[in-house]
Design a protein. Sequence first.
Length: 295
Amino acid sequence: MKTRLQLFNSYVFIFPSLFLTLVLGIYPIAWALRYMFFDYQGYGVPKYIGLDNFARLFRDQEYWHAVYNTFIYAGGKIIVTLPISLILAVILNRGLKGRSFLRAVYFMPTIISSSVMAIVFFSLFNSFNGMLNQLLVRFGLSPLDWLGPKYAMLTVIITAVWGAIGNYMLLFIAGLQGIPEDIYESASLDGANAVQKFWYITIPMLGRVLQMIIMLAIITALKGYESIMVMTEGGPFGKTEVMYLYVYKLFFPVSTTSTTVQQLGYGSAVGFVTAIIVGIITGLYFYMSNRLSQE
């Protein structure tokens, strides 16, 4: 009787997560898998068109330009974010006064909504009355069109880096706390300086943690679009259009001025191919990192 009661309690605790997974995860995927073979705008009767959506996708230059932009955005975000996060983690893992406060300060952007963060940075980088351009003018410098074609991608990368540093910093700190202090003390006795200890002890000992963090960073960067949607809506002239923002526009109107027509059937096909691209990149990284760790 006791075993049955424990089993019942287990099912009761599991049911909410299972229900939400089915409703918010499995069902939308099944829905998309069905309609990607149809011509469907969200109203009327869906028209079966076979693989026409996929044929259209491979001719869609706007989408493939978004794929290119995604790699630029993800690469810039990862290359800048991870080194800064690791350096901050090493510094704040030491016995510094106020380190708990500093950790909280750096982690704070992570818990802020992406939309709120994008609005704040939009006010900073606004080309006409943004705070950053006002500061440049005070120093006698010319204001820059931060959200224009030349600097828009750089601006959204800066925004993404600011929002992600704290999260990866915390993960690195968790990994650093698993490294025994005895190893560093032995290295100090052998005459190793801080750089040598970081390069020959910290990095190798963080191996598995670093592998997980990089994989998480790749997935997150490739799927990111929320702050871009708020700041630029993918513009100007598609300069900041990324894969998942392009997919989103095919399902939902981004703004009243958006020129993208909602196409649920085509959007399902685009979303499916986009998920495959992200899966392939993640799988390749996981395979290569495992091979390197075994050598």
